[in-house]
Design a binder for this molecule. Sequence first.
Ligand code: MN
Length: 511
Amino acid sequence: MAKLEDLIKLLKEINKGKHKTAIIPGIRKKNGDYDLDMIKLAYEYAENAHKGQLRKSGEPYIIHPLETAITLAKMGLDQPTIIAGLLHDVPEDTNYSLVDVEKNFGEEVARLVAGITKLGVIKYRGMEKYAENLRKMFVSMAQDIRIILIKMADRLHNLSTLDSLPPEKQKRIAQESIEIYASIANRLGMGYIKGELEDKAFPYVYPDEYKWLKEEVMPIIKTGLDYIDKVIGVVKKELGKEKIKIEKIHGRAKRLFSLYQKLQRPQYHGDISKIYDLVALRIIVPTIGDCYQTLGIIHNLWKPLPGRIKDYIAQPKPNGYQSIHSTVFCIDGKVVEFQIRTPKMHEQAEYGIAAHWHYKETNKKAKNIQEKGYTLPKKFQWIQDLVDWQKDVQDNQQYLKSLTLDFFHSRIFVFTPEGDVIDLPEDATPVDFAYHVHSWIGDHATGARINTQMVSLDAKLKNGDVVDIITDKNRKGPSRDWLSFVKTSAAKSKIRSGAARSNELGADFTN
Ligand code: MN
């Protein structure tokens, strides 16, 4: 059972810049020192508010907000977020009001707690409710991403204590954790949170599959990790000869739910022996240069499997993931996947958007976080976009449908001629691309080049394509015909409004 001292100890270590966890080499101190007295006050306040309340597990209620706050501290989040984590269930479940929270802990903490309370209980009840829940999540994400991070930490602890709930409830909570929370965590690049949510929920949603996989795979993973230890010895020696500093080197076992999903794909037929990354060797080195040099050293030692080198450093995944992966014929001809990355990439892979969280306090009186100098990092701009589109689309049902489609359709990433990465749904066209870059470019597009080849505007883009849009400033506006092939909601709504505008001007938009 967690104690207040656990949280305080963790925060002290971060204050000293010394904190090391098993998951990241060191949480960088980026939000200033934590005020430990203030944290203790918040804890006592919450403890008092929840006095006499017990969790279904029989533990005092305070354990739940405390565990939530500990997870947030491990993610390196700032003081108001940790305090809000401690207080997140106070207005909903106790006699203490939000006004009282604000009086004691200030406007920013109160706003975060209010955001979580407003999200309320998210329930997985069919597609319609599901989309509505997603919409709520997106609105609060755009408002302040920290609200979602608190909600994730909250859910993580609730999943750890599912055993004490009735089976029907267990299954519902586990299901929505996979369908809603883990999906969002994935899209925000939060690999660690996504993996934890899924693996905690897995046994409740698919008990038989979970049991089978665990029995089948655990012995293989154990042998694999023992073998990796031998490989680590060799790699350490070779990198040492080249004077490459190793920040961290370890075997990583594939998470069970992610393995389960991979086995569902047609090419694997549920055959575990076809999965090469059950156990992988992860090497964390200081710089990008070190990453490529390490890859060279490994390929010099062991032959790579053809077509299995993936350079996600040069071409990051749409959710921001960066690393080099290569599968080689290793010691005794065994097939092993190597993953090479820098500490920063590692932090990004585990905590995604949370790793980007650094807060510039420019205007203390400002009402919202944007005014205070925080904007979503560019690669997460789509969160704001999704919320903005809602304002353009009048029909709520239509919006909800397109929201889920945009969000869960497989994504591809393509490049501008300048090398910027653009994240689009599968089968997106040059028109989707054009509107993603800028409305003006969309409205004035007349043609497109994919990898220097001229193509029509309804061509389907593929991963890695370099797309160049040809525009004509005399063009009056978009063509309604485009509606029949574009894939993104943004393009659709912009074509509708652009066509309406040029219609008012008397332009012919049938071309
Ligand atoms: Mn809670």
